[in-house]
Design a protein around this ligand. Structure first.
Ligand SMILES: [Zn+2]
Length: 408
């Protein structure tokens, strides 16, 4: 069934004072506990909100400091998690009781109010707090079109803590217009893309600014290479057999590291509600990353394979895009200036607009934009009904029509 609403998410950072920070942290902990209490009680058979609410509400209220409305939202969240477990199971996939670890809290219109002065009031375990939204100064910020336009109404939002900062993923919706309903393409879905750049120093960097270090992997690869080297010099049959055993150990340890890395990337994709994950095409990686050893290239392919097959369970599509210019192109707003000298090792500085940024992060953003544009073209050849969001380190970027709106 087609949703009668168009839904969008606007991401923004919150400005939080120290005493508010404590309340938010306590609320995040309590909410996580609340969701877990509900899931523990309801697992495995109950799955609807209606089933879980009466069972778990009192326990949550007794055992946490959550407000009554947040206790209800926690039961809903547990119900959704359990329902998606049942869905996975019905597809023959493995599933187990949901475990809540993410530092997030769901807000609805009863627990959060957006004011005209661009502040929000949030319900916490210690009463309401009011925080300013950190929005882009210019009116181009894509968030404004939702915040300032009465056609859009707020729905559920998610508060997320990351690296000591707090982000609000504000949910908005508006009714589909007549024309949109007529167009009604099944394929014309909104998408959210996470771009992933792979490399030697950073095994992976995402377009949301998540850095997955390649240090440990490189360390162990060097270590095993050394062991192999000294065994090779020994030259005995015993040494030969040991070289093979070193290879197996290396494989095992590196595979574990790559599994962990793939989990971190997928968690990032889920946290940002991504529908698509874009990697660069790894075919010519040898030419593009001359410093990468065969170990690294093996690791990139393995990482991509892990992410691809794990993403299926989350319904996230994983694709590769042509990496041409992704490392040389400026990813700032409409700049797009492309020059080989923009990049100098780990750092990127645009020769035209001066935009300075980590080189891998710049590439990850370009990979995401490239894929988002491709996605749009494949959905909508003619007009601008579909938008593809790209969440960034702060703010996000929307590819709509032929333009890319960036909020850095
Ligand atoms: Zn530039």
């Amino acid at each position: 069934m087609v949703d009668e609403y168009v839904r969008r998410t606007a991401v923004t950072r919150l400005s939080v004072r120290d005493e508010q920070r404590e309340l938010l942290e306590a609320t995040i902990d309590a909410y996580r506990d609340g969701c877990q209490i509900a899931a523990d009680i309801a697992w495995p058979e109950k799955k609807s909100k209606r089933d879980i609410h009466p069972l778990a509400y009192d326990s949550i209220r007794n055992d946490t400091e959550l407000t009554s409305q947040h206790a209800i939202l926690a039961t809903h969240q547990a119900a959704e998690a359990i329902a998606s477990c049942h869905e996975r199971r019905s597809k023959g996939l493995k599933t187990s009781k949901p475990v809540f670890t993410a530092p997030t809290v769901t807000y609805d219109t009863r627990t959060m109010t957006l004011f005209e002065d661009d502040t929000v009031s949030l319900s916490t375990v210690g009463g309401r707090i009011r925080c300013p939204l950190v929005l882009p100064e210019d009116d181009d910020g894509y968030q404004w079109q939702f915040i300032e336009n009465e056609r859009w109404e707020m729905t559920e939002s998610t508060l997320t803590a990351r690296d000591g900062a707090y982000y609000l993923h504000m949910g908005f919706r508006r009714f589909r217009t007549e024309r949109e309903r007529e167009a009604n393409q099944e394929t014309a879905e909104d998408g959210t893309v996470l771009g992933v750049d792979v490399g030697v120093n950073n095994l992976a960097v995402t377009s949301t600014g998540l850095f997955v270090s390649g240090g440990e992997l490189t360390h162990w690869q060097n270590e095993y290479e050394k062991r192999r080297g000294s065994l090779q010099r020994t030259g005995t049959r015993w040494a030969h057999e040991n070289i093979q055993s070193v290879g197996r150990k290396e494989n095992g340890r590196c595979t574990i590291l790559l599994h962990e890395a793939s989990n971190v990337i997928l968690e990032e994709a889920r946290e940002n509600d991504c529908t698509h994950l874009a990697f660069e095409d790894l075919t010519d990686i040898r030419e593009r990353l001359p410093h990468a050893t065969w170990h690294h290239r093996w690791a990139f392919r393995k990482l991509f394979a892990f992410v691809s097959y794990k993403a299926v369970e989350d319904g996230i599509t994983v694709r590769q895009v042509n990496p041409q210019y992704t490392s040389r192109k400026c990813s700032y707003t409409d700049c797009g200036f492309t020059h080989v000298d923009n990049r100098d090792g780990d750092s990127f500085e645009c020769l035209k607009c001066g935009y300075a940024i980590d080189a891998d992060y710049n590439a990850a953003k370009n990979i995401a934009v490239k894929y988002a544009k491709k996605l749009r073209r494949s959905h909508m050849p003619s007009d601008g009904g579909v938008s593809v969001d790209i969440p960034l380190n702060s703010g996000s970027l929307t590819v709509e029509g032929s333009t890319t709106v960036v909020v850095a």
